[in-house]
Design a protein around this ligand. Structure first.
Ligand code: NAD
Length: 469
């Protein structure tokens, strides 16, 4: 299906820039692993040099404090760079796999080869991390890359552009700034791989554009991630961890607990503890806390305000449009039909629903789209196992929230409406590589019974196939 938005003729520079990247890829320069490593090292140096500027940009865009910016953005990118620099040579080598006797003598290997010219589109909520993590993997795998950062996080986009321009030639890595018209123009082109992070709505547009050219994609999308709290918990830690995960980046985190389903026996105690923890983390006046950020823009501020039902607010609910501030807000006695339960919240509002029987929670979750993340707090193993076994989600953390994204050994991605594909660490390298199967036969020795006429050899062929494959 065609994207209905027309591309303005003055965006023809996009086609030209892409053409240059395609020609550059064909020169074979990026096939050299040392060449990739040289650029990754330069990138590391440049990010180290500009760290203070990056943190300042994140503060201007989202009022992210320096510790939060480091923990969730620059620190993660530096760690990924270190690991990628250390392991790219190993990842890029052909990987030996067994060769069954039927195919002998010979060898079998998986050769990772770069796709070619890739498009990376990123969102505004973790604008540094979510552009650089896929970019690092794409470079390490030997591709050329065009990046389209979000127009909403303009300061981080500017510094991203400066860093990339200081390290890469445009024919290798190029930042295209802009909004829907630029994205639309980019999506009209033929790419070898598209890596998109953003909303499910735009994910569909990207997938349709990719389908036209059969372009492979990774879609890192969103959704409503449930947080189930059983009656058997460590109250102190549960409350601390939920407050941390929900109000980090003011709730503008794709895997933030979207809503809480809490066992009726523990609800009052838990709500009281969560209130106490909010005040501990962000003081009694979060608007003046150095560690509490802001909503990205007026459009999202208005959207979030419309989800707050004053009658159900049991904590917070203060808003200040001039400051794009919404306080940490709890809504109690929420019903599945309420407005706040109809869309991904993506802000500092935590709706609370109550349950008696875990089966009802499982049934509710399974009646909705598969979430990007799922959290279950319980010291009761059978409850935890029941939830994990019966509810599909992109990822999950037990007795904590958000943290599974930080373990580079775990693939990060969605399922169903929350996304296609996964990445981090070697999986990012593999995502941006075509894993080419190569069976290398010896030229001289041959198994003659494979050739027709099969006649009496058929029984030997059958025996070999059954017993050696
Ligand atoms: P978005 O989908 O509005 O925008 C993402 C990117 O797509 C931006 O660069 C934007 O310019 C571009 N875009 C917007 N409209 C487009 C169109 N019509 N055609 C082509 N491109 C278009 O998302 P957002 O508001 O920036 O981010 C919030 C969403 O992203 C949430 O749903 C969140 O859950 C999700 N998200 C997911 C992850 C993840 O890792 N799975 C991470 C962060 C955010």
């Amino acid at each position: 299906m065609e994207n209905p938005i027309t591309v303005s003729p003055n965006l023809s520079y996009i086609k030209e820039g892409l053409q240059k990247q395609k020609e550059y890829f064909k020169t074979g320069a990026t096939l050299d692993v040392e060449f990739r490593l040289k650029h990754l090292r330069l990138l590391k140096k440049e990010i180290e040099k500009r760290e203070a500027d990056i943190h300042q940009a994140l503060y201007k865009d989202l009022k992210k404090s320096e510790p939060e910016a480091y923990i969730t953005e620059t620190g993660i990118v530096m760690k990924e760079l270190d690991e990628t620099i250390k392991k790219t040579r190993r990842w890029a080598k052909p990987r030996s796999v067994p060769t069954p006797m039927f195919f002998s003598p010979g060898s079998s290997k998986i050769h990772p080869e770069p796709y070619g010219t890739c498009l990376v589109i990123s969102p505004w909520n973790y604008p540094f991390q979510l552009l650089f993590l896929p970019l690092i993997g794409a470079i390490s795998a030997g591709n050329t890359v065009v990046c389209k950062p979000s127009e909403c996080s303009a300061h981080t986009t500017q510094i991203t552009k400066e860093i990339i321009e200081a390290v890469f030639e445009k024919q290798y890595v190029w930042v295209v700034e802009g909004a829907v018209p630029e994205s639309t123009a980019l999506l009209r082109e033929r790419w070898d791989y598209i890596f998109f992070t953003g909303s499910t709505h735009v994910g569909r547009i990207v997938y349709q554009a990719a389908a036209k050219h059969l372009t492979p994609v990774t879609l890192e999308l969103g959704g409503k991630s449930p947080c189930i709290v059983d009656k058997d918990i460590n109250l102190e830690n549960t409350a601390n961890r939920i407050v941390w995960a929900k109000f980090l980046n003011v709730g503008q985190t794709c895997i933030a607990p979207d809503y809480m389903y809490v066992h009726e026996d523990i609800k009052d105690k838990l709500i009281a503890k969560i209130k106490e923890k909010i005040s501990q983390h962000y003081s009694d006046s979060p608007q003046t806390s150095e560690d509490f950020g802001r909503i990205i823009n007026e459009r999202n501020f208005e959207r979030l305000c419309s989800l707050i039902d004053g009658e159900k607010v049991c904590f917070g609910g203060q808003t200040d449009k001039d400051d794009l501030y919404i306080s940490p807000t709890l809504m109690d006695n929420v019903h599945p039909d309420d407005a706040v339960m109809q869309e991904e919240i993506f802000g500092p509002i935590l709706p609370i629903m109550t349950y008696k029987n875990i089966d009802d929670v499982i049934q509710y979750i399974n009646s909705k789209e598969k979430p990007l993340a799922l959290y279950v707090f319980s010291t009761n193993k059978s409850i935890v196992n029941k939830v994990l076994k019966n509810c599909s989600s992109g990822g999950a953390t037990v007795n904590d929230a958000v943290l599974h994204i930080g373990n580079a050994h775990l693939p990060f991605g969605g399922v169903g409406e929350s996304g296609i594909g996964a990445y981090h660490s070697q999986l990012t390298f593999d995502t941006f590589s075509h894993l080419k199967s190569v069976l290398h036969k010896w030229a001289i020795v041959d198994l003659s019974i494979r050739y027709a006429p099969w006649g009496k050899n058929f029984k030997w062929l059958k025996f070999l196939m059954k017993n050696t494959l």
